[in-house]
Design a protein around this ligand. Structure first.
Ligand SMILES: NC(=O)C1=CN([C@@H]2O[C@H](COP(=O)(O)OP(=O)(O)OC[C@H]3O[C@@H](n4cnc5c(N)ncnc54)[C@H](OP(=O)(O)O)[C@@H]3O)[C@@H](O)[C@H]2O)C=CC1
Ligand SMILES: C[C@H]1O[C@H](OP(=O)(O)OP(=O)(O)OC[C@H]2O[C@@H](n3cnc4c(=O)[nH]c(N)nc43)[C@H](O)[C@@H]2O)[C@@H](O)[C@@H](O)C1=O
Length: 324
């Protein structure tokens, strides 16, 4: 079984690769195929076609994407829509042409309307306007779901989509501006503790609610969905609504998250908010009942997950991490 993991140097692709490598070590006949973006630019259609024609993987996990937090989405909308659409179109079509029967792609909770009822059910897709700060990225991610559904309907493939909530963990991006909130605050509180800063400012009002999932839980859930027997997967999905939410089922305010991170890092100063920065969606909580009915639920609690991530952060070459 030759499995191509696209985006294996990323946070999620890396965690999925580690799980697949563990299967290999346990004696399963799994051959892993990877390529960095320098070796294979997934936005390049002819390069992707040639790669699939040459390598002929049996299965594909698509975890490669242009990814970033609220500021990156807002600042680079053209790159977020163009690169993500191209990666999805190229990989999904080349997989189909090369006879790949099983593919799993990762979307995002931002596919749901800004005002979606909470917790957000899979059925909320395309039922209202999207959040402005990440609409281009969300539209690309929705296109990915619809690509898989369309190839399944017309060509009989088995291409599935998981919709993760906000993720974090080892391998995350700790860039001060372009990262997501959780790694950004780990870094900011860490720096503040080292410099004895009296105040740390977080973006927005601190009131938005977010749901966080550790990347090891996400990797486990991804392979759980990928491996499900078709009759089980289809029991919870339908041809025009084939994606499955993945989350912890619990959310916190950004201020609560900041206080938890401060506690883990050992920062004891003040925390203030900067309402001039955007809040984004006011609440994003996944309804994960579909996944739970299929038999999977998250196991890593938020504070324990942040502690483990901070321990990992401390083992890294922080100068290099800061430039990512
Ligand atoms: N992080 C999060 O909070 C969330 C992530 N997701 C989704 O999960 C998936 C993985 O995200 P995450 O691991 O966090 O992202 P990362 O930024 O950590 O990794 C993305 C990977 O994509 C690869 N990549 C990007 N562009 C190209 C390209 N043109 N050609 C080839 N490879 C490319 C990069 O490869 P290389 O390193 O070789 O350059 C990189 O390793 C994405 O689909 C994302 O949308 C969904 C919800 C939340
Ligand atoms: C995964 C998800 O990620 C993005 O959406 P988002 O959920 O808004 O993600 P975020 O982590 O950037 O922010 C969450 C909240 O936190 C607040 N916040 C405080 N202080 C910092 C801070 O220092 N950095 C950041 N980034 N946010 C901060 C921030 O103002 C916001 O209210 C999209 O890419 C979207 O497309 C997507 O899929």
């Amino acid at each position: 079984m030759k499995i191509y993991v696209a985006g294996h140097r990323g946070m999620v692709g890396g965690a999925i690769l580690r799980r697949l490598a563990a299967r290999q070590s346990a004696g399963q006949a799994v051959e892993l195929l990877t390529a960095t973006s320098l070796e294979l630019d997934l936005t390049d259609q002819s390069a992707v076609r040639a790669f699939f024609a040459r390598e002929r993987p049996d299965q594909v996990i698509l975890a490669a994407a242009r990814v970033g937090g609220i500021h990156a989405n807002n600042s680079f909308p053209a790159q977020f829509i163009y690169e993500n659409l191209m990666i999805e179109c190229n990989v999904i079509h080349a997989a189909y042409e090369a006879g790949v029967e099983k593919l799993l792609q990762l979307g995002s909770s931002c596919i749901y309307p800004r005002e979606a009822a909470q917790p957000m059910r899979e059925q909320a897709l395309l039922s209202g306007p999207l959040e402005a700060t990440n609409e281009p990225y969300a539209i690309a991610k929705i296109a990915g779901i619809k690509l898989c559904e369309s190839y399944n309907r017309q060509y009989g493939t088995d291409y599935r989509s998981v919709m993760p909530t906000n993720l974090y963990g080892p391998g995350d991006n700790f860039h001060p501006e372009n990262s997501h909130v959780l790694p950004a605050l780990i870094r900011r509180f860490h720096d503040a503790r080292l410099t004895d800063a009296e105040n740390v400012t977080i973006w927005g009002t601190g009131a938005p609610r977010r749901e966080f999932l550790h990347v090891d839980d996400m990797a486990e859930a991804s392979l759980f969905v990928h491996d499900l027997a078709p009759q089980l997967y289809q029991r919870e999905t339908d041809p025009m609504l084939s994606h499955i939410n993945v989350g912890s089922g619990q959310d916190v305010t950004i201020l609560e998250l900041a206080r938890t991170i401060a506690r883990v890092v050992g920062y004891e100063g003040r925390i203030s908010c900067d309402p001039a920065r955007p809040d984004g969606t006011l609440q994003k909580l996944m309804d994960v009942s579909r996944l739970e009915r299929l038999g999977w639920r998250a196991s890593i609690g938020l504070e324990a997950g942040i502690r483990q991530t901070y321990d990992w952060f401390l083992t890294q070459d922080l100068a290099a991490l800061r430039q990512k």
